[in-house]
Design a protein around this ligand. Structure first.
Ligand code: ATP
Ligand code: MG
Length: 566
């Protein structure tokens, strides 16, 4: 590609609207142009990077035996009503009516459409297993589109769906995708981790997320220092410690705690430690109030609570909502005699002689014991893992790192096939629901994540497999025939050797050619300047570490071939 023939609208200044580095660099390097909130045009250079990711994804999906198709973006609402997600999906699903008043939506994902295909086309165990995928534009009306391609409203996703006869077969399909995803992100040249996500909240289902490690990740991942265990913090399981020696239960007492509403102030006032107190948090779960008991020094993990309750939305209740629901001013709530649905974090059930709110203003109760003074039947792991907790797998120590979710694989089970009646006939002629899996990769997000992970003060440092062009040739003197001829020759030879080469043939000063080469992130840069006339050597520079080498013009292609695969 010739710089003189490609539209790369670079920017000198850092655009004010871009908060994260990948967004800034994508705008500066002319990858994308914003049309409206969360909606971007992929300009030629940006699209070329996206195509790189798509090609790797496509090759590995095909290799794993999946078949490519392309489903419509506009979907009829009836399908979503059948699966029960039309109401449940929330405002991220963009709904509209067509001229015949038919309700429709823009596809944020395609489980409904693919299940409709499966129920019509997959009739017998002989048709299975099948894995179908597409690489396509998705629309999600995200509440906070941000960071450019990282969280757009319109974005490119690879989504695949597997259909199997039973759980065991579905796990084989899942494993194939698991392996394919590992290969994909390895081939992209990214540092990533595969983490376990939701472990079994819905019957027979489990999932993994693939996270690119970067300082600005939106997700926090808990990683074990001693074994390969890693989990999204939102879902990282807290292992319950072995119960300690049994402690005698003391008689319950009510104490006055005037104006003491916060854990710390109550503890200070009563001279106890926060891990002896149990706080009672009130949440609105799809507008229904629930109370959760949690050890005083711990934080609630809202995703765990949301998954346990199986609701669409949860949020902490405010003081007025707490009072309306319980009749108790916030800060004095406790489990004894509470009027709303009560849940407890598993750790609370191991504690004795608790300090809790008395459900009465300015009062707390001490030496409260579960079973004797209150009952709680809904007990689960609701708290957030910390670095003080042991690894749930090996007992080792935990560290927290930031990551960007680029892929998500999910063993769905039969939830869609049952609600949408996608049945096949088994060997004995019995109708059985198809067992499904779904597998997503945020293709456009991968490009953003790659830049987030690989850049410096001068610009992008593309991993060679994702670079739109692996090597750029800088012609530093367009008016010098010898220099120009040499630059052209190298450019043509590189292309003939199978590289995607780029040549900066613009009539620009050397300084701006160097700057743009760094900004655009070509893994290798070959400079052809006046010096070439003295010794027939050109300078080859590696973007990653800035190292340079002088190479004879005849040896350039073999030199580059020894460095990167074409
Ligand atoms: P997130 O938690 O980041 O919103 P998700 O769990 O909603 O992601 P999935 O439904 O699993 O995402 O979608 C599959 C993949 O699509 C994700 O792993 C992610 O890489 C990508 N993706 C999801 N939402 C967006 C978005 N708004 N912009 C760009 N990529 C996205
Ligand atoms: Mg999302």
């Amino acid at each position: 590609m010739r710089y003189s023939q490609i539209l790369i609208p670079t920017l000198k200044e850092v655009p004010a609207e871009a908060e994260v580095i990948s967004h800034q660099l994508m705008l500066r390097a002319g990858f994308i142009k914003k049309l409206t909130s969360g909606v971007y045009t992929y300009m030629p250079y940006g699209l070329a990077a996206i195509r790189r990711v798509e090609n790797i994804v496509r090759e590995e999906m095909n290799r794993a035996g999946a078949q490519e198709l392309s489903m419509p973006m506009v979907q009829p609402a009836d399908l979503w009503q059948e699966s029960g997600r039309y109401e449940k999906y929330g405002p991220e699903l963009l709904r509209f009516r067509d001229r015949h008043e038919r309700q429709s939506c823009l596809g944020p994902t395609h489980e409904e459409v693919i299940t409709d295909i499966a129920r019509k086309e997959l009739h017998s165990y002989r048709d299975l297993p099948v894995n179908l995928y597409q690489i396509q534009t998705k629309f999600r009306d995200e509440i906070r589109p941000r960071f450019g391609l990282m969280r757009g409203r319109e974005f490119i996703m690879k989504d695949a769906y597997s259909f199997d006869v039973d759980d065991e077969a579905a796990e084989v399909s899942y494993r194939k995708m698991f392996d394919a995803y590992n290969r994909i992100f390895q081939r992209c040249g990214l540092e990533f981790r595969c983490v376990q996500a939701d472990s079994g909240a819905i019957g027979g289902s489990f999932s993994h997320e693939f996270m690119v490690l970067a300082d600005t990740g939106e997700d926090t991942i808990a990683v074990c220092n001693d074994c390969s265990w890693a989990a999204n913090l939102e879902k990282a399981e807290v292992k319950l410690a072995e119960p300690g020696d049994s402690v005698e239960q003391q008689p319950m007492v009510k104490v006055e705690t005037p104006g003491k509403r916060k854990v710390n102030s109550v503890c200070e006032f009563l001279a106890i430690k926060p891990d002896q107190l149990v706080k009672t948090l009130v949440y609105l779960a799809d507008d229904e109030p629930v109370a959760v008991l949690l050890r005083g020094d711990c934080e609630l993990e809202e995703v765990k609570l949301k998954n346990y309750l199986g609701v669409t939305e949860i949020r902490p209740a405010d003081d007025k909502e707490i009072y309306d629901a319980t009749g108790v001013p916030s800060g004095y709530l406790g489990p004894v005699g509470i009027r709303i649905r009560l849940l407890a974090d598993q750790e609370v059930t191991q504690m004795v002689n608790l300090t809790v709110g008395a459900n009465e203003k300015n009062h707390h109760l001490q030496n409260v014991n579960q079973g004797r003074d209150f009952e709680v039947r809904e007990i689960a792991d609701f708290r957030r893992l910390t670095t003080a907790d042991p690894c749930p797998s090996c007992g080792g120590t935990i560290r927290l790192v930031e990551g960007i979710e680029v892929g998500h694989i999910f063993k769905l089970g039969t939830s869609y096939s049952e609600s949408m009646k996608a049945f096949y006939q088994d060997r004995d002629g019995n109708g059985r629901p198809l067992v499904m899996g779904c597998y997503g990769i945020g293709v456009s997000r991968v490009v953003a994540a790659a830049i987030e992970q690989n850049h410096d003060a001068h610009g992008i440092i593309f991993p060679a497999p994702l670079a739109p062009y692996q090597v750029t040739v800088l012609n530093l003197d367009l008016n010098d025939n010898e220099v120009s001829a040499a630059a052209e020759k190298i450019y043509i030879q590189l292309n003939e050797a199978g590289f995607d080469a780029f040549i900066d043939d613009r009539d620009e000063r050397p300084g701006s050619k160097f700057k743009d080469a760094d900004l655009l992130g070509f893994p290798y840069r070959i400079t052809v300047g006046k010096r070439f006339k003295e010794n027939s050597m050109v300078e080859v520079r590696r973007r990653e570490d800035g190292t340079t080498e002088d190479v004879g013009i005849e040896d350039v292609v073999s030199y580059i071939s020894s460095k990167i695969a074409n």
